[in-house]
Design a protein around this ligand. Structure first.
Ligand code: ADE
Ligand code: ZN
Length: 323
């Protein structure tokens, strides 16, 4: 059998800003004259002790201060794609958070142009096909999300779909019904984070009100057997991120993760890295870790890899070529 790391796979839940490694953060800080409140990479790494999603998001948004130019975004994405390729990734559907940059005065065009530059050469340079998913920050207003969609209009040829991320509890999917309807009318695909820290009801809302085709995380679906039955029946993919769940304390230890139980319940689950620079591993490392901690057998690892292509935005022919 291939090593779990080496199995060809797609990554469907990856925040490009969450791939900012401490070394690159300091290099970009120096390049842009940004002072970071950490003496060095070691001190920064020691700050990666999170108690929940919000404690992580605080650092995640803080470190973005080093990202300014299109070159910065291109370097960030290129570094991710190189690491992903080395871990068996053949296709990546990549989230980005435009509001986290426009709020700091970085134009959305700079972000998309920079990411696009790295993505355009990814197949040739890394053997990884790519798509971009623009996320709305759910702890900001619905109006701000709509302004972001409008600002992205000149760049829609570069964007495959929209997503919803950031602090979940208290910000239900229904808050974004209007902007998701507008995105759908523009022909964009739709996904949303739901059931990471929020209740199963948010997963239902993401499906019924936003019309998403995949749920990002969906971890808490397991609390609601009727919902699990529906997700199985409708073949709704869940993009799980086991290392993230442990680091953000949704799960105590990896051995307690319900991934295997979710597979055995018939759910279409995939395994992803979320914010690998912060959570201790890229997607190949994640396959390796769940193999060890949960005793997944080789066929289950192959099923996870197969699911990742099935749940992707690739059509049938593209999917076959990517595997
Ligand atoms: N933004 C980056 N990572 C996230 C996560 N795990 N949940 C919600 N928003 C995020
Ligand atoms: Zn995420």
């Amino acid at each position: 059998m291939h090593l779990p790391e080496a199995i060809p796979k797609a990554e469907l839940h990856l925040h490009i800003e969450g791939t900012l490694e401490p070394e690159l953060a300091f290099a970009l800080a120096a390049r842009n004259g940004v002072e970071l409140p950490y003496a060095d990479t070691e001190e920064l790494r020691r700050a990666y002790l999170f108690s929940d999603l919000q404690s992580f998001l605080d650092l995640y948004y803080e470190l973005m201060a080093v990202l300014h130019t299109a070159d910065d975004f291109a370097d960030l994405a290129d570094a991710y794609l190189a690491r992903a390729a080395a871990q068996g990734v053949r296709h990546a559907e990549i989230f980005f958070d435009p509001q986290a940059h426009t709020a700091r005065g970085v134009p959305i065009g700079t972000v998309i142009e920079g990411l696009g530059r790295a993505l355009d050469r990814s197949e040739e340079r890394h053997g990884v096909s790519t798509q971009l998913i623009m996320c709305f920050l759910r702890d900001r207003s619905a109006e701000s999300a709509m302004e972001t969609l409008n600002a992205a209009e000149p760049y829609l040829h570069r964007i495959a779909g929209v997503g919803l991320d950031s602090a979940e509890v208290g910000h239900p999917p229904s808050k974004f019904a209007e902007v998701y309807a507008a995105a759908g009318a523009l022909g964009l695909r739709k996904v949303a984070h739901a059931g990471e820290e929020g209740p199963p009801a948010y997963i239902r809302e993401a499906l019924d009100v936003l019309g998403v085709e995949r749920i990002d995380h969906g971890l808490r679906a397991m609390e609601d057997p009727e919902l699990v039955e529906r997700l199985v029946r409708e073949r709704v993919p869940l993009t799980l991120c086991p290392l993230s769940n442990v680091r953000l304390r949704a799960i105590d230890v990896l051995e307690d993760h319900p991934l295997k139980a979710m597979m055995e319940a018939g759910l279409l689950v995939t395994v992803n890295s979320d914010d690998p620079a912060y959570f201790g591993g890229y997607v190949g490392d994640t396959f390796h870790a769940v193999h060890e901690a949960l005793g997944l057998d080789p066929e289950q690892l192959r099923e996870l890899a197969r699911n990742s292509f099935l749940a992707s935005f690739l059509d049938h022919d593209e999917e076959r070529r990517a595997r």
